[in-house]
Design a protein around this ligand. Structure first.
Ligand code: NAI
Length: 467
C-alpha cells in the first residue's frame, strides 16, 4: 500500500522560490515537505544563473589576461581549455547543491524526490524515487519555467541547443548562431565571443534587448558589436537544419546562413505539466500562468504560487522574495509582495542593471521626472581599472526629489544596483544620496555624481552652459 504522510506545508519545486519558501515555513515552526523531481536548486542553480555566471567568470579572467600588456604585464601564449571551464562549472554547481541539501536538512525539511500532482486541493501524489500520498494544510507551487521550444525548429540538443543543453557542451564551437537577442541570447553572446567563438545574434525585433528600452538597447548594440559580435536585427528565423557538421539557419525572406551550432533563446514558458491543477480547482490564465493575489495566494485558499509559474518577472531573486511572502502568509502572518524596487541584471559584457522606472515610464505615470547620467569615463577608479565604458543614471521626481529609478551599465553594475534598490525601496530622495558619503575612489561614486547632476550641481562634471 502506498504510504500517506501529513505536513503543515508542502512545497512543489526546489528552485530559489520553493526552497526559500520551505526554509521560511520551517523557521516559522511548520512541518514542511519539499518535493523535487529533478535536482535541488532548480533552474537557477543547475542550468541557469549559477552555471552561466560561473562560465562568465572564466570569460572575465580571459579578458583581463588578454589585455595584461596594457597593465605592464607580459604573458605567454594564451590557450582556452573549455573542457576545464565546464568541469569547474560542474564542480561549483555540485558543491552548492550539496550545501543546499545540508541547509534544508538542518532546517528539518523533509525532501521527497519525485513528481507531485494534485489529487485534491489538500492532497498530493508523489511519483518517482519516492512514491507516496501527501496531505498538506497549505501547498506552495514553485515549478518554474522551461526554455521555449519553437515547433518550426525544435532543439535536437546536438547542434541545435537551448540554454540548458548548451551548458553540456564539452568543446567550444567555432561559430554560433544565437536566435533571440533577449537576456539569454545576449549573455551567451558575450560569453562565447570572449572565448573566441564567432557569434551572430539573430533578432526578430528592430533591436536587441528591446524590453530594456531604446537607450540601453542602443548602448549595448554598440558595445556588443565592438566586441566582435554580429548583430542582425529585423530578421526572423524560420527553420534550422542540422547538417551533421554544421547547422543551416533559414530566415524569413529566403536568406540562409551557416554556423557550427545554433542556440535557441526565444523566451521561457511556465512549467505546470503533470500537476493536474484542475483537481485542485486552479485555472491557468490565458498566458498559461498561475494568477495570485499580493500574498501569492491563488484563487483557491491555502494554495500559493511563486516564481516563474506566476509569469511576472522570471527572476530568481523575485521568486525567493515571493517564497518568503507565501510562506509567511501560509503560516498565518501578514505579508505581501511589492514590485516598485525589483533589480534586474543582464550579465553581458558590459553588465546592465536596472531598478524602478525609466524616464519614459516615470513621465507616463505623471511624474515631472528628471534624470542625471554620469559617465564612467569621469571616475578615477574606472580610469585606473581601464573600465571606462558605461554610465550610471538616476531618475527622480523633480517636485519631491524622490528616487524613481536607476540604471547602470558597466563594470560591477550587478553589484552597484543594490544601493539604488535599497534607496528606492525605502522611498529615499536625491538629497539622501547626496548626503551619503561615498568611499573614494570607487565606481559607486557614480551614484553620488548622477544625483548631483539630476540636482543640477555636479562636482566632477562641467556645468550646463547657459545660453
Ligand atoms: P526574451 O523574451 O528576453 O528574448 C527572446 C527574444 O527572441 C525576443 O527579443 C524575441 O523577439 C526573439 N525571437 C523570438 N522568436 C524569434 C525568431 N523566430 N527569430 C529571431 N528572434 C526571435 O527571452 P530569453 O532571453 O530567452 O530569456 C527568458 C527570461 O529568462 C528573461 O525574460 C529573464 O526573465 C530570464 N533570464 C534572466 C536572466 C538574468 O536575470 N540575468 C538571465 C537569463 C534569463
Amino acid at each position: 500500500m502506498v504510504e500517506k504522510k501529513k505536513f503543515d506545508i508542502a512545497v512543489i519545486g526546489a528552485g530559489p522560490g520553493g526552497y526559500v519558501a520551505a526554509i521560511r515555513a520551517a523557521q516559522l515552526g511548520k512541518t514542511v515537505a519539499l518535493i523535487e523531481k529533478e535536482k535541488l536548486g532548480g533552474t537557477c542553480l543547475n542550468v541557469g544563473c549559477i552555471p552561466t555566471k560561473t562560465l562568465l567568470a572564466n570569460a572575465a579572467v580571459l579578458h583581463q589576461v588578454k589585455r595584461a600588456a596594457d597593465f605592464g604585464i607580459s604573458t605567454g601564449p594564451i590557450a582556452v581549455h573549455y573542457e576545464k571551464m565546464k568541469a569547474r562549472k560542474d564542480q561549483i554547481v555540485a558543491k552548492i547543491r550539496s550545501g543546499l541539501e545540508g541547509l534544508l536538512k538542518s532546517n528539518k525539511i523533509t525532501i521527497f524526490s519525485g513528481a507531485a500532482q494534485f489529487e485534491s486541493p489538500r492532497e498530493l501524489k508523489v511519483m518517482g524515487r519516492d512514491n507516496l500520498f501527501l496531505h498538506a494544510d497549505k501547498i506552495i507551487i514553485a515549478t518554474g519555467s522551461v526554455p521555449l521550444d519553437v515547433p518550426a525548429f525544435p532543439c535536437d540538443h546536438e547542434r541545435i541547443l537551448n540554454s540548458t543543453s548548451i551548458l553540456e557542451l564539452a568543446h567550444l564551437p567555432k561559430s554560433l548562431a544565437i536566435i533571440g537577442g533577449g537576456y539569454i541570447g545576449c549573455e551567451f553572446a558575450s560569453l562565447f565571443a570572449e572565448l573566441g567563438t564567432k557569434v551572430t545574434v539573430l533578432e526578430a525585433l528592430p533591436s536587441i534587448l528591446s524590453a530594456q528600452g531604446p537607450a540601453i538597447a542602443q548602448f549595448m548594440s554598440k558595445a556588443l558589436t565592438n566586441r566582435g559580435i554580429e548583430l542582425r536585427t529585423n530578421v526572423k528565423v524560420q527553420s534550422i537544419a542540422n547538417q551533421k557538421t554544421q547547422v543551416k539557419v533559414s530566415l524569413v525572406g529566403g536568406e540562409e546562413l551557416e554556423a557550427e551550432m545554433a542556440l535557441v533563446a526565444v523566451g521561457r514558458k511556465v512549467y505546470t505539466d503533470g500537476l493536474h491543477l484542475e483537481k485542485a480547482g486552479i485555472p491557468l490564465t490565458e498566458k498559461k500562468t498561475i494568477a495570485t493575489d499580493e500574498h501569492m495566494q491563488t484563487e483557491v485558499p491555502g494554495i500559493y504560487a511563486i516564481g516563474d509559474v506566476t509569469g511576472q518577472w522570471m527572476l530568481a531573486h523575485v521568486a525567493s522574495h515571493q517564497g518568503t511572502v507565501a510562506a509567511d502568509h501560509a503560516a498565518g502572518h501578514e505579508a505581501s509582495m511589492h514590485y516598485e524596487a525589483v533589480p534586474a541584471v543582464v550579465f553581458t559584457s558590459p553588465e546592465i542593471a536596472m531598478v524602478g522606472l525609466t524616464l519614459e515610464q516615470a513621465q507616463q505615470k505623471g511624474y515631472a521626472a528628471v534624470q542625471g547620467t554620469f559617465p564612467y569615463q569621469a571616475l578615477g577608479k574606472a580610469q585606473g581599472a581601464q573600465e571606462t565604458e558605461g554610465f550610471a543614471q538616476i531618475i527622480s521626481d523633480k517636485k519631491t526629489g524622490q528616487l524613481l529609478g536607476a540604471t547602470v551599465i558597466g563594470h560591477e553594475a550587478s553589484n552597484l544596483i543594490s544601493e539604488m534598490t535599497l534607496a528606492i525601496q525605502n522611498e529615499l530622495t536625491l538629497e539622501s544620496v547626496l548626503e551619503t558619503i561615498h568611499a573614494h575612489p570607487t565606481i559607486a561614486e557614480a551614484w553620488h555624481e548622477a544625483a548631483a547632476l539630476a540636482n543640477g550641481m555636479p562636482i566632477h562634471f562641467p556645468p550646463k552652459r547657459s545660453s
